[in-house]
Design a protein. Structure first.
Length: 267
């Protein structure tokens, strides 16, 4: 391997693809999928040309514990130094690891992909799946990733339970920020009113959101049992509210504070 001079700059900062969490791959791949995605994301930054091995040597002096040392480290589904949760998985680490490998191997074999055993093998699958691209240029090897990662279900035959879980995660990540913005308005601006007469376009103006996003957040608030939407004395369907029509938003703040975890966010 050609030794390179140390080059300061943003490529030394690890970068993670924004779509990693919402795509759901962390619930499908061995645990090294996370640091591998971070490594490839870092290789995509301007100013870097070379292999992933080059990057591991440049940033970590050739050894990164998160991937098990180097790209030839063995893939696992659990962290070897983590304390095992016997309540969640009473069968123990070895049995759980074997079951995960059986499920993972079956998915890949059914879809016609080789079963990886090392981080390097997994990086080649990333290329086959379109999670990453590698191009040889006159300046050297260049890495890139698509703006939106392919979804696991588009490439692998997921079982119904995992499909439902990933759909739920994606939906929560889509609606969560919208709901947080609406709740911030009700709590910080309006002081937790028991009920308020409003409309979607008024809420949109107050929160700086699109009307459709407010409708989505409101529907989630109702679905969770934290609120009711009424027109007159009759309940209204939050998902079918017209933007300009007024309605009464009736909050159950006791239910809200009992069932929600509030996170303090600092600027």
């Amino acid at each position: 391997m050609t030794e390179k001079a140390s080059v300061p700059g943003p490529r030394r900062d690890l970068a993670m693809h924004n779509d990693w969490w919402v795509s759901g791959w962390e619930h499908v791949l061995p645990r090294q999928g996370f640091p591998l995605t971070m490594l490839i994301g870092t290789a995509c930054q301007p100013g870097f040309t070379g292999s992933l091995d080059d990057l591991v040597h440049e940033i970590f002096d050739g050894h990164w514990d998160m991937i098990g040392g180097d790209l030839d480290g063995a893939l696992t589904f659990s962290w070897p130094d983590e304390e095992w949760d016997y309540e969640a998985a009473p069968e123990g680490r070895e049995a759980c690891e074997a079951a995960r490998w059986e499920q993972f191997s079956a998915m890949l074999t059914t879809a016609g992909f080789p079963v990886p055993t090392t981080v390097r093998d997994l990086s080649e699958l990333y290329l086959a799946w379109g999670l990453a691209r590698r191009e040889e240029t006159p300046d050297g090897t260049r890495w890139s990733m698509p703006a939106a990662l392919p979804l696991p279900g588009d490439l692998l035959p997921l079982d119904p339970e995992l499909t439902g879980r990933l759909d739920s995660i994606r939906w929560t990540m889509r609606t969560g920020p919208l709901l947080d913005t609406l709740i911030d308005h009700l709590v910080d601006d309006l002081g937790e009113p028991a009920e308020t007469l409003t409309s979607l376009d008024r809420l949109a103006a107050a929160t700086g959101q699109d009307v459709d996003d407010v409708r989505l957040a409101l529907a989630e608030l109702v679905k969770s049992g934290d609120a009711r939407v009424q027109r007159g004395e009759e309940p209204a369907d939050a998902e079918r509210l017209e933007a300009h029509r007024r309605f009464r938003l009736v909050m159950d703040w006791e239910h809200f504070h009992t069932n929600r975890i509030q996170v303090s966010r600092g600027d």
